[in-house]
Design a protein around this ligand. Structure first.
Ligand code: SF4
Length: 211
């Protein structure tokens, strides 16, 4: 059986730089790849056009990219677009574009199913199958932003972590996704426009505050 290749979006910039060094590639190549991954949201190595064909092939041989894809869409009269996104392992999650007169908001999921069972919530009836990777949360924002621009010619202004799952029970990935979404090396969105909603995991609320 073919060995599963490493997901390059789980590697930090120093780790990519280390691999580039081992390939006898100049150090700045790592920065170029990192920019393709988090600023330009590349979904293929082939698309990284400022890298040599040889290097792109080597990346393809050694790593994989696991972008999410739109599996299904529902549009409402209020202009809301509800997406079913398919993940690399065929799990399906929801992400919603919510346009209002003053905001263009993406509502993103943080888990497949949920760790909690709130009585009023449909997701609460689904067991938690797994946490989302930071890249899968990031991808929801990228896809929904593209939808906002394609459909309403307005980019996203706000992000709410109010989709499937309890964000504070997938803490590390949620925080990492916020880093990719807000940092200048990533999408550069304003942290003030991001809301993390929780059912009330007290100790993690404090930790989030401290962090
Ligand atoms: S934490 Fe959120 S997603 Fe999970 S069951 Fe409660 S309301 Fe639903």
């Amino acid at each position: 059986m073919e060995e599963q290749k490493q997901d390059i979006r789980k590697m930090s910039l120093p780790q990519i730089a280390e691999w580039m060094q081992a390939q006898k590639q100049p150090a700045f190549r790592a920065k170029q790849v990192y920019e393709w991954l988090w600023k330009k949201s590349a979904t293929t190595f082939e698309g990284m056009t400022n890298l040599s064909k040889e290097l792109r092939d080597k990346l393809e041989q050694n790593f994989e990219l696991r972008p999410i894809t739109i599996y299904n869409q529902q549009r409402s009269n209020d202009r809301t677009i509800k997406n079913a996104f398919k993940l690399y392992d065929s799990h399906v999650i929801e992400g919603v574009l919510i346009p209002t007169d003053t905001r263009m908001t993406a509502c993103v999921s943080s888990q497949v199913g949920c760790s909690l069972t709130c009585k009023f919530c449909a997701t609460g009836r689904l067991e938690r199958l797994r946490n989302l990777d930071a890249s899968e949360i990031y991808d929801q924002v990228v896809q929904i932003n593209k939808q906002a621009i394609d459909n309403y010619d307005i980019p996203l202004s706000n992000i709410v972590y109010m989709g499937m799952g309890e964000p504070l029970l997938n803490y590390a990935n949620v925080l990492q996704s916020i880093h990719y979404i807000t940092s200048p090396e990533g999408l550069g969105m304003s942290p003030q426009r991001i809301t993390v909603s929780t059912a009330g995991i007290a100790k993690m609320i404090k930790k989030l505050g401290d962090d």
